[in-house]
Design a binder for this molecule. Structure first.
Ligand SMILES: Cc1cc2nc3c(=O)[nH]c(=O)nc-3n(C[C@H](O)[C@H](O)[C@H](O)COP(=O)(O)O)c2cc1C
Length: 191
């Protein structure tokens, strides 16, 4: 494994207080391999809607710069996101759009892993493939496998305690985090 600590940052795509994706995100430090330190990204909930006129007139809002700096500083980024209407939640997409316009955009060459929990049976798979496509445009290095889709999430995560009760899902997450640690060591970041 890595001979140094790998600092991995999670971006949660749901703003909801009782978010299942946030529960999954919060479980990750306990499932990570030795040497992987997992923290939460600075919030994007206060970002204005992306507008190039705003960017030109007043530059990048401080919360955008904070998230961009945090992405740049991280050894890897994990997205924990629900699927909204078969795609990326608008708030998360808006955050990615803002960060993508920061000069020397920070997702380039960045190791990225995707996880989703959703109440549909596909577990957010359609969202993930849209997010994967956005990451291609940004030239991120997105881990291919294992994929984490937690379908029917209200039956697999205890909303009261936040515990992931489905042990198969827990096993897949452990495997993905171990694969992500190797992936970061082997492939990134570029600079
Ligand atoms: C606007 C909206 C759109 C949704 N669209 C989908 C969808 O396309 N597929 C799906 O599986 N669930 C969909 N859902 C249900 C979510 O999977 C469910 O609300 C889930 O708990 C959201 O994740 P969270 O708990 O992390 O907030 C949608 C929910 C909302 C609020």
């Amino acid at each position: 494994m890595a001979d140094r600590t790998l600092n991995v940052m999670c971006i949660c795509g749901s703003l909801r207080r009782g978010s299942y994706n946030r529960m999954v995100m919060n479980a990750l430090p306990g499932l990570a391999p030795a040497g992987m330190n997992i923290t939460e990204a600075p919030p994007f909930s206060g970002f204005p809607l992306y507008n190039a006129d705003v960017q030109e007139a007043s530059g990048f809002p401080p919360p955008v710069q904070r998230l961009a700096d945090a992405v740049r500083a991280a050894d890897g980024v994990i997205f924990n996101s629900p699927e909204y209407n078969f795609s990326i939640p608008g708030g998360l997409k808006n955050a990615i759009d803002w960060v993508s316009r920061v000069p020397n955009q920070p997702f380039a060459g960045k190791p990225v892993a995707l996880q989703s929990a959703a109440n549909g049976t596909l577990g957010g798979g359609r969202m993930q493939y849209d997010l994967r496509r956005a990451m291609i445009f940004l030239d991120a290095m997105t881990l291919n496998r294992p994929e984490i889709f937690i379908g029917n999430c209200s039956t697999r995560i205890d909303a009261r305690t936040g515990e992931i009760t489905d042990q198969q899902a827990v096993g897949f997450i452990r495997q993905q985090l171990a694969a992500f640690a190797k992936f970061i060591v082997q492939h990134g970041p570029r600079s």
